[in-house]
Design a protein around this ligand. Structure first.
Ligand SMILES: [Fe+2]
Length: 296
C-alpha cells in the first residue's frame, strides 16, 4: 500500500513541458508563447548578476561570444534569431529540448554541430541553485563559447567521441572530460586564471569560489588524469583543471581514445579532491567545507 503522507516534489521538467511534444531527436520548436513576464524578469536578473561579476573572471572568448551573438540581457533569447548569428560565426545551431536528453541523442546533436538547449527557465526562488539545467545554464553558460572556432570544433569532436565511447562501454570515463572542461574548466591567460566552464559561468557563487576560494585544488589539464578523476554533483568542485588554451584542449583530445581507455581503466581512480604525484599543481586546496560523502 502507498504511504499516505509522502509528498513528492513535482518534477519541474514535467511541469514545464506539460502539453508539449517533441520529435524523435528530442527537439521541439521553442515555445516562445510560454515565457511569462516573470520569466523574462528572472532572465534579466540572472544575466545582470553574472555580467556584473564576470569581467576579470571569465575568459575573453566568452565575453566576445556574448557580444558577437548579441545574447539578450532583458529577456529569454529567441533561438531562431540567435541561430542566425551562430551560423555565421561557426556553423553551430541551438535546438530546443525539454530538458536532459539521452546520452546517444545528445552526442548525435553535438557531432552535427547542434547544441541542445533546455527551453524553460527556473523559477524566481531558484536563482542560486537548480538541480537540472535550464535555459539560463544551457544558453548563457554554454552558447557564447560556441562562437569561438576552436572551442566549437572541440565540442563537435566530443560528440563524435561520445558516440564511439558509448559503443565501447567507456562513457563514464569520457563524461569526466566533459565535466572538468566544458562544465567546470578554468583557463590560464596573460591576465591570470579565468573561467570558461558553463557550470561555473552560470553560477554566481561558483564564479567567485572557483577562482578565489582557498578550498579547492587547481591543477594543470591532463587528459588521462581527468579521465581517472571522480567528481561532485552536489557541491562545488574539489578540484578544477586548468588549460593553457582552447587549442591545447582540442589537440589533446583530437586522437582516437580507443587505445587510451584501457590504460585509464587500469590506472588508479582518484577521488575528486586527490592530488596525484604527477600533477602540475597551481594550488592545493585547504579542504575547508569539503563533504566526506561519496564522489560520483
Ligand atoms: Fe551544462
Amino acid at each position: 500500500m502507498m504511504e499516505m503522507n509522502t509528498f513528492t516534489v513535482p518534477d519541474i521538467t514535467v511541469l514545464k513541458n506539460a502539453g508539449l511534444s517533441h520529435s524523435a531527436d528530442f527537439t521541439l520548436p521553442q515555445p516562445l508563447e510560454r515565457y511569462s513576464d516573470e520569466d523574462h524578469r528572472t532572465w534579466a536578473t540572472l544575466y545582470q548578476r553574472q555580467c556584473a561579476l564576470l569581467p576579470g573572471r571569465v575568459c575573453d572568448e566568452f565575453l566576445q561570444g556574448l557580444e558577437l551573438l548579441t545574447i539578450d540581457a532583458d529577456r529569454v533569447p529567441d533561438f531562431k534569431r540567435l541561430n542566425e548569428k551562430l551560423a555565421t560565426a561557426t556553423g553551430w545551431q541551438i535546438v530546443a529540448v525539454p530538458g536532459l536528453i539521452p546520452d546517444d541523442v545528445f552526442f548525435e546533436h553535438l557531432a552535427n554541430r547542434r547544441f541542445p538547449v533546455t527551453w524553460w527557465l527556473r523559477e524566481p526562488h531558484q536563482l542560486d541553485y537548480l538541480q537540472e539545467p535550464d535555459v539560463f545554464h544551457d544558453l548563457f553558460g554554454h552558447v557564447p563559447l560556441l562562437a569561438n572556432p576552436v572551442f566549437a570544433d572541440y565540442l563537435q569532436a566530443y560528440g563524435r567521441g561520445g558516440m564511439k565511447a558509448k559503443g565501447l562501454g567507456y562513457l563514464p570515463l569520457l563524461a569526466r572530460l566533459y565535466w572538468y572542461t566544458v562544465e567546470f574548466g578554468l583557463i590560464n591567460t596573460p591576465q591570470g586564471m579565468r573561467i570558461y566552464g558553463a557550470g561555473i559561468v552560470s553560477s554566481k557563487s561558483e564564479s567567485v569560489y572557483s577562482l578565489d576560494s582557498a578550498s579547492p585544488n587547481r591543477v594543470g589539464f591532463d587528459l588521462q588524469r581527468i579521465m581517472r578523476t571522480r567528481y561532485r554533483i552536489d557541491t562545488f568542485q574539489k578540484t578544477y583543471f586548468v588549460i593553457d588554451s582552447f587549442q591545447q584542449l582540442f589537440d589533446a583530445t583530437a586522437p582516437d581514445f580507443t587505445p587510451i581507455y584501457p590504460q585509464v581503466e587500469a590506472a588508479a581512480v582518484l577521488g575528486a579532491g586527490d592530488i596525484d604525484a604527477a600533477d602540475k599543481v597551481y594550488t592545493v586546496g585547504n579542504r575547508e567545507g569539503w563533504l566526506d560523502t561519496e564522489d560520483v
